[in-house]
Design a binder for this molecule. Structure first.
Ligand code: SF4
Ligand code: SF4
Ligand code: FES
Length: 328
């Protein structure tokens, strides 16, 4: 009688932590630079932003995120580099031996303040806590750019006509001149809060989803994020992964659950808890952070530094939680 095949040995350890890289990366040469008078030694290929972080200097960013390719559009991260005519973007400028960098000089602070003021005077930043922190840090006063410094809030935008170019005249650029787009049950697009940072486009494209449902349409004041031919999301290529919401820094893209609760005045982050768990839908093992308020799941995110997701999910992990909230 032949011996039956052995069951797999359950003691085989399951690999954990970051996925192994093959072939292993070559050790990198260290580059010495000086940041705000402090010496920093970082692997070649690092950015000034990464180098600054190694010496405890936090540089503000808006269009940069660890899990996306830098696009250099917001210029909030600029720093002063010795012998450079212009300020340079820390999020994408690579270190070179002997660089001397100032991250908090008067020139840098003035530039950052102006960027914040121009953005805050043209879009609604009311749901962008990080942005508001930066405004305090740089003493930004967007009202300098006109009496309507605080742009129209969501409810008023339906009346705004597109194609006008200055908030101070009561007229607005194309991005802001759009009513809130509520065309599906999962997420809402409010481009009146959009700072055109391109992060959603990157996440929908080659950096994560490869769906290309959204892109920047138009130029100059007519530039705005749009689906193909400006169709509604259900008619677009969107697969509702929500990765664009995960990276949006201003709340322009928002879970419908959060949007509805904000409208009803019941959204309260102080009452919310966050619990990490594993997505139950398939074997990939994505990590979910479940945001709960008063025993109801109100939204789901994923940590940027998780080796499986890098912060990105699919429709099931991101939105497939409603059944948990159903009352018997
Ligand atoms: S939900 Fe996903 S597919 Fe749809 S626009 Fe956002 S990133 Fe693209
Ligand atoms: S919708 Fe959000 S992520 Fe997309 S460009 Fe605007 S601010 Fe950036
Ligand atoms: S964060 Fe560097 S240009 Fe936007």
């Amino acid at each position: 009688m032949s011996t039956p095949p052995k069951a797999p040995d359950m003691k085989i350890p399951i690999p954990r932590g970051p996925l192994p890289i093959f072939p292993p990366e070559r050790p990198k040469r260290l580059v010495e630079i000086t940041i705000d008078g402090k010496p920093a030694s970082v692997p070649e290929g690092s950015t000034l932003l990464e180098a600054a972080r190694t010496v405890g200097i936090e540089t503000p960013t808006l269009c940069y995120l660890e899990n996306l390719t830098p696009v250099n559009v917001c210029r909030i991260c600029v720093v002063e580099l010795e012998n450079s005519r212009t300020l340079v973007p820390a999020c994408s400028r690579k270190v070179e031996p002997g660089m001397k960098v100032q991250t908090d000089s008067e020139r840098v602070r003035t530039s950052r303040k102006l960027v914040l003021e121009l953005l805050a005077s043209s879009v609604d930043v009311s749901t962008a806590p990080q942005f508001k922190e930066y405004m305090q840090r740089y003493d930004a006063a967007p009202e300098r750019f006109g009496p309507t410094g605080s742009p129209a809030k969501a409810g008023e935008r339906d009346q705004i006509q597109p194609g006008h170019h200055h908030a101070a005249d009561g007229v607005h650029a194309e991005t802001v001149a759009q009513p809130v787009k509520v065309d599906n049950d999962l997420y809402v697009r409010d481009y009146g809060k959009c700072i055109l940072c391109y992060k959603c486009v990157e996440a929908c494209g080659v950096d994560a989803q490869n769906t290309f449902a959204i892109a920047v349409a138009g130029r100059g004041f007519n530039a705005r994020i749009s689906t193909e031919f400006n169709v509604t999301l259900p008619d677009s290529a969107c697969v509702y992964c929500g990765n664009c919401i995960g990276v949006c820094p201003t709340g322009a893209l928002m879970f419908k659950s959060e949007h509805d609760m904000r409208q009803a005045g019941t959204w309260d982050e102080k009452k919310q808890s966050q619990t990490d768990t594993i997505c139950p839908y398939c074997g990939v093992g994505c990590q979910l952070t479940v945001h709960v308020q008063e025993q109801q799941i109100v939204k789901i995110t994923s940590p940027l530094d998780h080796s499986v997701t890098n912060g990105h999910l699919c429709i099931k992990g991101r939105f497939g939680y409603e059944w948990v909230n159903l009352k018997k």
